[in-house]
Design a protein around this ligand. Structure first.
Ligand SMILES: [Zn+2]
Ligand SMILES: [Zn+2]
Length: 309
């Protein structure tokens, strides 16, 4: 996995340059940029503050290889103790920031639900770290709050920790990953890729939760494995990006042409910069799929969310 070489100041500068360009090219995204700015800035600060800390988990190379051969992402089935006191304010701040956007009222309700202590933060963060969307969705519905906002707020808090963990854990080179991992979901955390990056001479998929890049091994649909129903579309002749649409499963994959791999902290910025591709895919009836079903959760969702209350 490629390490982030830029320091926080350089990352902020790079983000600012990109936001300026995106805002100039797509003025209708200015409000979204204003909403994204504090979230990205917090991710940059959090990654920096976590970087010197003791790794959250360790796994031997033989155990890692064994898991990957069985199709199990590296972070799955590991018992970890998350630094809840460090992450708790990040969830609260994420809710505060989200409350300024389109889902403002929903974010406020999530925040007051968290403030009331009706959701155990430790269990919430663990469910997010384990990519257990079912547990978070069920708990949100039980509390009458928006599942997507609860999912996003916890993901924003835990993502930097997942990134720092995977960075120290995942030392396999891309050839070895390619040999071991034919799947479309992330070999570290099990998420679908946010997009794929076309670089000079190579390409790879990118996970926006843990930041890992890994090779797309097959020419088939990244999600369902079909090939006969896959079409690649160029969105706009002047735009370097393209999109793969699968009429079998209805999902799409964005391909971004970049000169260097996007630093983890700036993945949401590039996702936003290529928003026109998402719009084009949505207009044609295609969507981003929900998380892959890997047979989780091991425990009933409510128990997982309430064990520490
Ligand atoms: Zn991942
Ligand atoms: Zn498909």
């Amino acid at each position: 996995m490629k390490l982030t070489k830029l320091n926080p100041t350089q990352l902020l500068d790079q983000a600012q340059i990109r936001w300026n360009t995106i805002g100039a090219d797509q003025p209708d995204l200015l409000q979204t940029i204003a909403l994204q700015r504090p979230l990205v800035e917090r991710t940059i600060r959090t990654v920096d503050s976590l970087s010197g800390k003791e790794p959250l988990m360790q796994i031997s190379m033989s155990d890692l290889v064994d898991k990957l051969e069985r199709g199990i992402p590296a972070l799955r089935e590991e018992v970890v103790t998350l630094p809840v006191n460090l992450l708790r304010p990040l969830v609260e701040e994420a809710c505060k920031d989200l409350a300024r956007g389109e889902s403002g009222k929903a974010a406020e309700r999530v925040r007051s639900c968290l403030d009331s202590g009706r959701i155990d933060i430790g269990s919430l963060l663990t469910a997010s770290f384990n990519r257990n969307q079912i547990a978070i969705r069920m708990k949100a519905m039980q509390e009458g709050i928006a599942p997507d906002v609860l999912w996003l707020a916890s993901e924003l808090a835990v993502g930097p920790l997942a990134y720092v963990t995977v960075r120290s854990l995942f030392t396999l080179d891309r050839v070895r990953i390619s040999e071991l991992w034919p799947h479309g979901y992330c070999p570290a955390c099990g998420s679908w890729p946010a997009f794929a990056e076309d670089l000079p001479g190579r390409s790879h998929l990118r996970c926006s939760f843990c930041g890992l890049d890994w090779p797309k091994r097959s020419e088939k649909c990244n999600y369902c494995g079909e090939s006969s129903n896959l079409t690649a579309v160029k969105t706009d002749p002047s735009c370097p990006h393209r999109v793969e649409l699968c009429s079998k499963c209805g999902a799409y994959l964005k391909w971004l042409e970049v000169s260097d791999p996007t630093p983890f902290e700036l993945l949401p910025v590039e996702d936003l910069a290529s928003f026109s591709v998402d719009v084009m895919a949505a207009e044609q009836g295609f969507g981003r799929p929900t998380l892959p079903d890997l047979g989780e959760p091991n425990r009933p969702p409510c128990e997982a969310m309430e064990e520490a209350t």
